[in-house]
Design a protein around this ligand. Structure first.
Ligand SMILES: [Zn+2]
Length: 245
């Protein structure tokens, strides 16, 4: 290649990187080849909604995936008591995890009135100590739902207290309505498992989620797919902290 052509090619690549930073810098979580992933969502249906496809892709890669429900959805069925709603939504979560072939874990927070206090910090830390994941995914912390924020902050604290033993990623749920100001750094192409993700999501029958598929999931996962050059994708932001040892 002549020098002139090489310079032109370099300029083209640099310009492309400026125009399309995603193409130049985005990471694929699958490249991490993680051994054990914990997906921590505030309510039954949150893990599947935000990254059900990634859970399935990780599982196919050989990663042990654990779906952690922060609450049992006690506040999520109008006209039902907290106990009644929790029983229904707990079973729906079990059905979803059985369909995906993924192990569920339930924490003891209450939907709509989750807490951050000394005991709750200890509870999340104990979960991480017991499970020993090398990857944890949870809610992006800027979110309109208090339970999502609380869940996210407790996971962050457990990551710090535990000595940063796992990679921590945040992800979005219904961006623009719940997650706000979310900017991805990482993606997973979920196209091969997207149908199963939606089936698992719809196991949460009490939540009447059918309308959310075209309204939120098709638009959000379609946008992330265009950003990551595939049909459907889920998006993440890795917590980067270049700590001094
Ligand atoms: Zn939620």
């Amino acid at each position: 290649m002549k020098i002139k052509h090489l310079i032109i090619a370099c300029c083209f690549v640099a310009a492309f990187a400026l125009i399309c930073p995603t193409a130049a810098t985005a990471q694929d979580i699958m490249a991490g080849h993680y051994k054990k992933a914990l997906i921590v969502g505030a309510h039954p249906d949150d893990p599947e909604s935000m990254c059900g496809g990634t859970m399935l892709m990780l599982k196919e890669q050989g990663c042990e995936v654990v779906c952690v429900y922060f609450t049992n959805g006690e506040g999520g069925i109008p006209g039902k008591s907290e106990e009644e709603a929790a029983a229904i939504r707990h079973q729906e979560a079990l059905n979803s995890c059985e369909l995906m072939g993924i192990r569920p874990v339930f924490l003891t927070q209450i939907d709509g009135r989750s807490e951050i206090n000394k005991d709750r910090y200890a509870e999340m830390k104990a979960l991480m100590d017991a499970e020993k994941p090398d990857l944890v995914i949870t809610h992006w912390p800027i979110d309109c739902h208090r339970d999502h924020r609380n869940c996210s902050l407790l996971v962050f604290d457990a990551w710090r207290l535990g000595g940063y033993k796992f990679d921590l990623y945040y992800t979005e749920v219904m961006s623009g309505l719940q997650s706000l100001n979310f900017t991805p750094t990482s993606y997973v192409d979920i196209t091969p498992v997207r149908d199963l993700k939606i089936k698992a999501y719809l196991c949460h029958v009490s939540q009447n989620l059918e309308g959310n598929v075209p309204k939120f999931h098709d638009t959000m996962e379609g946008l992330r797919g265009r950003e990551f050059q595939c049909q459907w994708a889920e998006a993440f932001q890795k917590v980067i902290w270049n700590r001094k040892k």
